[in-house]
Design a protein around this ligand. Structure first.
Ligand SMILES: *Cc1c(COP(=O)(O)O)cnc(C)c1O
Length: 633
């Protein structure tokens, strides 16, 4: 690193490099100590350093990694959502209201649901359930009279529980996704002597871009086709239940990047709505499902991890679009419902972890030696000769070929370990020289150099447990150091997790607004921890995770920033112990311990253990069963 650059490095440079303002939406910033702070735009504005929160949590005995949830961020997101819709309603003079429901599948964690219900109560925010388990949870969480939208395939047990919810006084919509469901609902409702509120889910044919295009369109596995929708109307008429049809539902997809796709979907859904009114259904509610995207990359673009619109544009598109279609037809405007999951909860959760070790690949050319082998001699010569940018690619290819032959000769026993090691070192040193060559263009063979020579930072976490979507669908999340932002990061790295799986890594990042395969990080200092955070991970990650390599749930701590510039710890949930993780795969920890007791006693009898060692071993084994699955420094 060039020292003048270091001395002129500012917090603003760091914020721009990591895109804090772009993806952070004002919730994340830097303080003068170079630490990431959480910010809340309340009056007075609240600001707390994540490093301080971490220190406070470590004093309370929580090891890393841990998942931090910040309740105020959930509250703030809900407030933004309602502000946006209320502004649009005012702007267009829309003569009905907006209400949201939280789709439980996006984050089913008890404290998240409880907080959404609590903070959402003044708005009448409801819940959406797509399975029996989610309905059980929703029913137990909603206040009396709460809004409940039931999606998903519904069997008799699901329907009966929904009918009980209706009887309890909840505003419960049964969204019909398939023709068979309706018959069952009508049968059960008759037995309950109820007239259920029915919604019809339609397939929108407007094509939606992004990662979840399959959710929409003719081949979507959810929703009714036109003729099925007409059948539904006929069936309801026959049963004299058409007045129960009060909601139209469509879900265009998740993380929809383009506003124009949303507009097209809104226009089509409004037509369906008008058609059902024309059929004589009372309707009154139009539910657009989820889809409001989160700008993970901060690029404000139509990229799949971004979006080309703001929250306000989304609200305007829905409110304005419905009005534009229905008002000219003289149709009373419906209450607008959305099921925003991702956009509600993504911001509130972050994974915090420490770096355990770093592997570097920046070697200096070793001093020239007397080497007998021709390929080693060639590598040595390439490494020491001057290189100009135009010949860099040729040199690199030659060196690669020589290195490969050296590896072969090692396999055939013609070169020994020291010779091979010398060859590998020469090759890496040469590659590093080429990468650092002023004016070199990194194309073709040379394009792999930045990633193949980048450091590997070993992080104390599991991708599979905590960030499953990065592995499953290549999801991008912002990854940022929690501190040292007043220093220029002078390393380029990928991040590897604790699992023994080559997919257990983070190697796609947004840096200065561009997608990159390496992330700039600070060099580790001995005896000093280095903390990283993965942000915007409150949606979908918390229950999709699995037990790869038996790394269990991390600790979870929920905090609320307070007006004194500090934070209150609201809830702490210990992560899985090793014994718990083993019980998930059908072992019985107590039985394992008994087995070890017998083995230890046997070892005493055969003289391998002293009695004191037997005790020591059993204590160690019991401690491990009760201990955390992650790395303990
Ligand atoms: C998944 C899902 C949602 C949530 O979508 P987001 O894009 O996370 O807001 C809403 N409604 C239905 C029916 C869904 O399946």
């Amino acid at each position: 690193m060039n020292s003048t650059a270091a001395s002129t490095w500012t917090l603003a440079d760091s914020a721009a490099l990591y895109g804090l303002e772009q993806w952070g939406r004002g919730f994340f910033g830097l303080n003068s100590a170079g630490e990431i702070v959480l910010k809340l735009p309340t009056a007075p504005a609240l600001e707390v350093s994540l490093v301080d929160i971490l220190a406070g949590l470590r004093q309370r005995g929580h090891d890393l990694p841990l998942l931090l949830r910040v309740e105020n961020l959930l509250d703030a997101r809900l407030a933004f959502l309602y502000d946006g819709f209320n502004r649009a309603i005012e702007r267009f003079g829309y003569s009905n209201r907006y209400r949201g429901v939280f789709p439980v599948k996006v984050n089913q964690q008890c404290q998240v649901i409880e907080e959404i219900v609590r903070a959402g109560a003044p708005y009448g925010h409801g819940l959406e359930a797509g399975s029996k388990a989610e309905l059980v949870l929703a029913l137990a969480s909603l206040p009396p009279g709460g809004l409940l939208v039931l999606n998903g395939y519904k069997d008799q047990e699901f329907i009966d529980l929904g009918l009980w919810a209706h009887k309890l006084g909840h505003c419960c919509f049964f969204v019909i996704e398939s023709p068979a469901e309706l018959d069952l609902l009508l049968l059960r409702a008759k037995l309950f002597n109820l007239r259920p509120r029915i919604g019809a889910r339609v397939k929108i044919s407007a094509k939606v871009g992004g990662l979840w295009t399959e959710t929409s369109g003719d081949r979507s596995s959810f929703g009714l086709s036109c003729s099925q929708l007409l059948d539904l109307v006929e069936t309801l008429k026959q049963h004299d239940l058409l007045d129960c049809l009060q909601l139209l539902h469509c879900h265009l997809g998740s993380q929809i990047p383009h506003l124009q796709d949303i507009r097209a979907g809104v226009a089509e859904a409004s037509r369906y709505y008008a058609a059902l009114v024309a059929e004589g259904a009372p309707m009154g509610h139009l539910d657009f499902g989820g889809g409001l995207a989160v700008d993970y990359s901060g690029g404000r673009s139509g990229h799949v991890y971004s979006r080309d619109y703001q929250l306000q544009d989304y609200c305007d598109a829905l409110i304005g679009g419905v009005q534009q279609c229905l008002t000219p037809q003289g149709i009373a405007l419906p209450q607008i419902i959305t099921e925003s999951g991702r956009a509600t909860v993504a911001y509130a959760s972050m994974l915090l972890f420490d770096i355990l070790d770093v592997q570097r690949f920046d070697l200096d050319c070793p001093a020239a030696q007397n080497v007998a082998d021709a390929d080693l001699a060639l590598l040595q010569q390439l490494c020491h000769q001057p290189i100009s940018p135009p010949v860099a690619a040729v040199c690199y290819r030659q060196a690669q070929a020589a290195r490969d032959v050296i590896r072969q000769k090692f396999q055939l026993g013609q070169l020994d370990l020291r010779q091979r090691s010398h060859g590998e070192t020469l090759f890496l040193a040469l590659a590093r020289r080429i990468l650092n060559l002023p004016g070199v263009t990194l194309q073709e063979d040379l394009a792999e150099l930045p990633q193949s020579l980048s450091d590997i930072y070993y992080g104390n976490f599991s991708v599979f447990q905590s960030l499953p979507d990065t592995w499953a669908i290549g999801q991008l999340f912002p990854v940022v150091p929690l501190h040292r932002h007043n220093e220029q990061p002078d390393r380029q790295a990928i991040i590897s997790d604790l699992t023994c799986d080559c997919d257990g890594k983070l190697d796609r990042f947004i840096v200065a607004g561009r997608q990159q395969t390496t992330l700039p990080l600070h060099g580790l200092r001995t005896g000093e921890p280095y903390y990283l955070g993965v942000f915007l991970m409150g949606a979908y990650q918390e229950t999709l995770g699995d037990l790869h390599n038996l790394f269990g749930d991390t600790h979870v701590v929920s905090v609320r920033l307070n007006a004194e510039g500090g934070f209150d710890v609201l809830r702490e949930i210990s992560g899985d112990s090793i014994g718990e993780v083993l019980s998930y795969v059908e072992y019985q920890p107590q039985q394992l311990f008994e087995q070890m007791r017998r083995a230890a006693e046997q070892a005493v009898r055969s003289g391998r253990f002293s009695i004191a060692e037997r005790q020591q071993f059993l204590t160690t084994f019991a401690d491990r069963l009760a201990g955390y699955t992650y790395y303990r420094s």
